[in-house]
Write a protein that binds this ligand. Structure first.
Ligand SMILES: [Zn+2]
Length: 183
């Protein structure tokens, strides 16, 4: 079952890479968007939120690779984003982040991406996590169980809230930063 999922994802990844213009792929190797719309989400998030950019920079320094999809087929209830453990080899652990684009606004998706990237960094900081059971154990330690097998942390909630705040300050964060720096 798990093997089938991974093969499916890799096929999807190759297909979307081939479809996308190489120049338009985001410059990260540890975040791998699996569709053109997921690629757009990464670019949009980077241009609008320095917090997301900082999280991505931190992720690059880890042994964790995050696949990103913005579709959650069949989901009509429950969380609009989540992170799951896929697999690992000797040097790298692979996670999957799903964000449901049908149940979230473009604005909210940026905050959700930041939230899930924070979770990915939490996993990166816990090298003992090597499977789904290890993931659950980590989150029982650093967070709390919302519903059965669904966990949350204060840090991820806080990062999401910070990004929402940043986005409401205006679309151009560079201009916003400049006006803050200029008395
Ligand atoms: Zn969360």
């Amino acid at each position: 079952m798990r093997k089938a999922l991974i093969v499916g994802l890799l096929t999807l990844s190759v297909a979307s890479s081939a479809a996308a213009d190489q120049d338009t792929l985001p410059p990260w190797t540890h975040l791998r968007p699996l569709s053109p719309s997921a690629i757009d989400l990464v670019w949009e998030s980077m241009s609008r939120s320095s917090i997301v950019e900082d999280l991505l920079r931190q992720l690059e320094e880890t042994g964790v690779v995050v696949y990103l999809t913005d579709s959650m087929p069949g989901a009509v209830a429950g969380p609009v984003s989540h992170l799951v453990y896929l697999s690992n080899d000797e040097t790298t652990r692979y996670l999957l982040v799903r964000i449901d684009r049908w149940r979230s606004t473009p604005f909210e998706r940026i905050a959700l991406l930041a939230h899930e990237l924070q979770h990915a960094l939490e996993v990166a900081a816990a090298p003992e996590v090597r499977d789904a059971q290890g993931l659950a154990k980590l989150y029982r330690r650093i967070g709390w169980e919302n519903q059965k097998d669904k966990f949350e942390t204060e840090a991820a909630q806080m990062v999401g809230a910070q990004v929402r705040k940043q986005l409401t300050k205006g679309p151009d964060r560079r201009r916003a930063a400049l006006s803050v720096a200029t008395p």
